[in-house]
Design a protein around this ligand. Structure first.
Ligand code: OGA
Ligand code: MN
Length: 196
């Protein structure tokens, strides 16, 4: 995976947003999206909150996604493969970029048709442990008309990213303002943070 990590880090250093089109294999992406759909169908996903208290205001929500935290205790093979890649990425980042990451957290995310996440940054006001945001998309055959782009502000320019499967996006959690535009299809991903 070191070549893949390097490509992501180089793109992050150059553009403030690391984008790797082919980070996860097609096989792993498919397995993870199947897991996510199973959890969705089993009713395991919960509406995500904002800030540290999970305040949900359904008349004017900031975000409409539903989430389910990954955990090794699930004993799920593909989930563990994914977390193993994250372990390797943390070791690689700490060794090559002195990032000092000591922890991470990842959740499956599903945005149902018509939902979005308004403009925000990923660091809580009372807790700055989240240093890097990392997102993996799990949507095969995603078309531009399906919407659901990740839209980020970099140097006063807007960059829009389609949530196509195998792709990884990486940026600093306290710096980059971003939003998820309204999706016209169910939109699947894994979202997480590397923490100190
Ligand atoms: C988030 C987020 C972006 C995306 O969950 O904080 O900004 O593209 N996700 O899913
Ligand atoms: Mn975010």
């Amino acid at each position: 995976m070191e070549k893949v990590f390097d490509a992501l880090i180089d793109s992050f250093i150059e553009n403030k947003i690391g984008i790797s089109e082919f980070f996860l294999s097609k096989k792993l992406s498919r397995e993870l999206s199947a897991n996510l759909l199973t959890h969705f169908n089993d009713g395991n996903l919960a509406l995500a909150g904002t800030g540290t208290s999970a305040k949900i205001n359904s008349s004017n929500p900031i975000r409409g996604d539903k989430i389910y935290w990954l955990d090794r205790s699930h004993d799920n093979e593909s989930e563990n493969v994914f977390l193993g890649i994250m372990d390797a990425m943390v070791i690689y980042l700490n060794r090559t970029c002195y990032t000092g990451i000591t922890d991470y957290e990842f959740h499956y995310t599903l945005y149902e048709t018509g939902t979005y996440y308004k403009k925000h940054i990923d660091q809580f006001t009372n807790n700055d442990r989240r240093k890097y945001s990392v997102i993996f998309y799990l949507n095969e055959d995603w078309q531009t008309v399906d919407g659901g782009e990740l839209s980020l502000e970099i140097n006063h320019q807007t960059v829009k990213i389609n949530p196509t499967s195998e792709k990884c996006v990486f940026f600093k959690s306290n710096e980059i303002e971003h939003e998820v535009l309204v999706t016209h299809k169910n939109r699947l991903s894994i979202t997480g943070w590397l923490k100190v």
